[in-house]
Design a binder for this molecule. Structure first.
Ligand code: AMP
Length: 398
């Protein structure tokens, strides 16, 4: 798949709209706790500034419900951009309102305008045509560098592309890097290829699991999603997270793994707690012995050892989703031990998903991973072999 290349566009001195993914985690004081996504966008922004462009940046942040909400303002992002770029960032008070339009119109070469959170407008997630048109009217060129949302047909990702011909739109450097990396991973993985899949729900990753099965040699399951599989196997799972409506699907995945000769691993011991809290009473039990009313919040030490064994011969490791409730220190041990195992391996290691990226950073092994993707959902959809709605309009016609 070849993408429209930003370097082939004649953008010198022009007004460029860059869709970025500045959806960064923040603490309760609106301090950005991980700015990887902002730093990842700098290559494209700097390239445009070097071409003497006037640059309009747009992103979403969190899930405001289609209206202004100070909590989700991009102002903290503007401050971080200023720190990283050492340039003034002009902040618009709205997205396509008077303020944004006036500031976009007056924007001079070398200046940067950041629009307010795209999701302050209901039209963004609805892929509304008028909203997309209004956004498009702000600039002469469109660049998508927001890999993390390219699996969503939203106005700033998909709808907007209709208003630019192939000489006026392209993929940014980050988008291109992610797409090329996952392309190689799917089509040509060095084997054994091991997928570690965790996180809270089976539902979010069901299709990815089914589509990953023919591509991988082993799957290691952890996190809340393990309990739907364990329940289907007839284990008592106490008060652990479960998706009862997906028990049949869980069976289907296990059957399919068997048919394909994929080694399918589930936790053999669990850290269980009396309640979902940092100060809860907790203990380690075999997966067969989860007490009634207790909930499984992490994988146990035997599982970590088992997974370490399973990973010893891996040549490619893909990890999406934590092994437990890693946000609480007490239930983070399984995830952090596994992070160290993955970091120490000689395999090509790929981490996808905001939570997993956050986790490896907390553990301090982020620099030891081969590739940390800025998009969890998007990377899974790529691995499923899908063409992402935000990427399709940026493919070269052959
Ligand atoms: P996801 O967004 O599906 O990747 O899920 C990530 C979330 O799963 C994290 O916030 C974890 O706290 C949560 N999680 C992991 N393991 C469990 C578990 N055993 N029970 C409940 N939540 C979990």
């Amino acid at each position: 798949m070849e993408l429209l290349d930003i370097k082939e566009l004649d953008i010198t001195g022009k007004k460029v709209f860059i869709r970025c993914d500045f959806n960064v985690p923040m603490d309760e004081f609106s301090n950005i706790t991980d700015d990887r996504r902002i730093r990842s966008a700098l290559t494209t922004i700097n390239y445009c500034l070097d071409q003497d462009c006037s640059v309009i940046l747009a992103s979403h942040l969190g899930r405001p419900k289609g209206e202004y909400n100070e909590k989700y303002s991009l102002k903290p992002v503007a401050r971080r951009l200023h720190t990283l770029l050492h340039r003034e960032i002009i902040m618009a008070d709205d997205v396509i309102g008077e303020d944004a339009k006036t500031k976009a119109q007056k924007l001079k070469n070398g200046e940067i305008l950041l629009l307010e959170n795209l999701r302050f407008e209901a039209g963004e997630t609805k892929n509304d045509e008028n909203f997309a048109k209004e956004l498009a009217s702000l600039a002469e060129f469109y660049i998508n560098d927001a890999f993390g949302v390219s699996h969503r047909a939203h106005a700033s990702v998909e709808g907007i592309t209709k208003y630019f011909d192939d000489n006026h739109k392209a993929a940014g450097f980050l988008l291109e890097k992610e797409i090329n990396f996952f392309g190689k991973l799917v089509n040509n993985p060095v084997r054994p290829f091991v997928a570690i899949v965790g996180g809270s729900k089976v539902s979010g990753k069901l299709e990815a699991l089914i589509n990953l099965l023919p591509k991988v040699d082993k799957i290691l399951i952890g996190g809340g999603m393990a309990f739907t599989f364990l329940k289907q196997l007839g284990y008592n799972i106490g008060a652990s997270l479960v998706e009862d409506d997906l028990l049949g699907e869980a069976q289907h995945i296990m059957d399919r793994a068997k048919e394909l000769g994929v080694k399918f691993y589930l936790p053999v011991d669990i850290v269980v707690a009396e309640k979902f809290a940092e100060d809860a009473v907790s203990k380690i039990v075999p997966a067969q012995e989860i007490p009634d009313n207790w909930m499984g919040l992490d994988i146990g030490p035997a599982t970590t050892r088992l997974y370490r064994e399973a990973l010893t011969d891996a040549q490619t490791v893909l990890w999406n989703g934590p092994m437990g409730v890693y946000e609480m220190e007490r239930f983070a041990r399984g995830s952090s031990k596994l992070a160290n195992v993955v970091a120490d391996s000689y395999a090509t290691t790929v981490v996808g998903g905001g939570d997993t990226a956050d986790l490896v950073q907390r553990v301090g092994v982020d620099d030891e991973m081969t590739f940390i993707s800025t998009g969890g959902g998007a990377s899974l959809e790529l691995l499923e072999g899908k063409i992402l709605p935000g990427v399709k309009p940026l493919m070269k016609q052959v």
